[in-house]
Design a protein around this ligand. Structure first.
Ligand SMILES: *Cc1c(COP(=O)(O)O)cnc(C)c1O
Length: 354
């Protein structure tokens, strides 16, 4: 066998992205929206999807969908949109398009793992800059990293995953201005739960992109992400996009759901309310600290994360143990906000597992 003669040594040494089997578990580990669509919408969607031409390749730049999405997400006039098979694919496209010799990606740590993974795959230096213990940006350290790598891509998740907080707008503006020879990508995956966005400010900064996804809003299964920004960037990224990256069923489903955004928006509002109730219930448990969240998950610190995680698994509750991800996350767990019933079950299992 010649696998190890052919596959890259760093790939041989790594393990596959872990997605635990959730069969039989209460699944609160991946920031999914727990609500399905109302029956009438499902039936109508089924009818729409039945009419999709499965024998044809998808439109590479589906005009009607792009226009609807621009309008719904209030993309400023003059800015373009690029679609990805999830925002994960957009992150990979950015890596592929920017992987020059000496290229760098800068992101606060702890942060979203795909920024680092995509950099590694593309052979780009990844510069992780630790957050401060309160999870705010360490501005001197971020500015140093940007000064040392002027052509870098800087990722800022707003709100950040897995810490759940929004970075200060003044800090972000300072970094965007400092990175004037690079590219800043603000990742707004959790925008439906934060109610804050940099989208309207895109035209002010020629080195800024705003990335979103429909995943956390309730459509994680269809895999659709998008990035908004100037044509000077998006026309370049479009060159490394696989030509038919967004399939016909995803396009049709997204178009349909954009006509019914009120349903998803109402679910997001309900989850925001549930987030506050869950935070209060978890904070009332002995020895548990709940960090403030603007997303659809809570980061909590417990006395012993491994023990509590194991206890939750024994109670058939799946959450994410992030305690080993970064020193700042010691003994931390990440809990996705679910339905009231799910949250009650999770809190009970948590109380029994401390
Ligand atoms: C979940 C998440 C995404 C992933 O988005 P997909 O569109 O599902 O690929 C992107 N960024 C952050 C910060 C996330 O937490």
């Amino acid at each position: 066998m010649s696998v190890d003669q052919v596959i890259r040594p760093d790939v041989l040494a790594m393990s596959t992205y872990p997605v635990p089997d959730a069969t039989g578990f209460l699944k609160l580990d991946a920031m999914e929206n727990p609500y399905g669509l109302p029956q009438a919408l499902r039936t109508e969607l089924g009818r729409r999807l039945a009419d999709v031409a499965l024998n044809r390749y998808p439109a590479p730049r589906p005009q009607a969908l792009l226009e609807k999405l621009s309008r719904a997400m209030e993309v400023p006039a003059g800015m373009k949109l690029l679609l990805g098979n999830g925002s994960d694919e957009i992150i990979n496209m950015i890596a592929m398009a920017t992987a020059r010799p000496g290229a760098a990606v800068i992101a606060p740590m702890p942060g979203f793992v795909m920024y680092e993974m995509s950099s590694r795959f593309a052979g780009i230096e990844f510069v992780g800059v630790p957050l401060r213990p309160d999870f705010s940006l360490d501005m001197p350290a971020m500015l140093n990293a940007i000064a040392a790598h002027p052509g870098a891509v800087v990722y800022l998740a707003y709100p950040n995953n897995p810490t759940g907080n929004l970075f200060a707008d003044d800090d972000i503006e300072t970094l965007v201005r400092a990175a004037d020879r690079g590219l800043v990508v603000i990742d707004e995956a959790y925008q439906p739960f934060a109610g804050k966005t940099w989208m309207p400010r895109l035209p002010e900064f020629p080195n800024l992109l705003v990335m979103r996804t429909v995943s956390k809003l309730g459509l994680a299964g269809i895999r659709l992400g998008y990035v908004a920004g100037g044509a000077h960037w998006l026309d370049q990224l479009d060159k490394v996009r696989p030509p038919y990256n967004v399939n016909v069923l995803t396009q049709a489903c997204a178009e349909f759901m954009l006509d019914h955004l009120d349903v998803l928006d109402a679910q997001a509002a309900e989850l925001r309310a549930q987030r506050e109730r869950l935070a209060a219930a978890v904070a009332a448990l002995p020895g548990v600290h709940v960090f403030p969240s603007d997303a659809n998950f809570l980061l909590v610190r417990v006395p012993d994360a491994d023990k509590t995680h194991a206890g939750l698994l024994a109670h058939k509750v799946l959450i994410k143990n992030v305690g080993k991800m970064h020193v700042l996350l010691a003994n931390c767990l990440r809990l996705t906000v679910g339905t009231p019933t799910e949250n009650t079950a999770m809190v009970q299992a948590l109380a029994a597992s401390l």
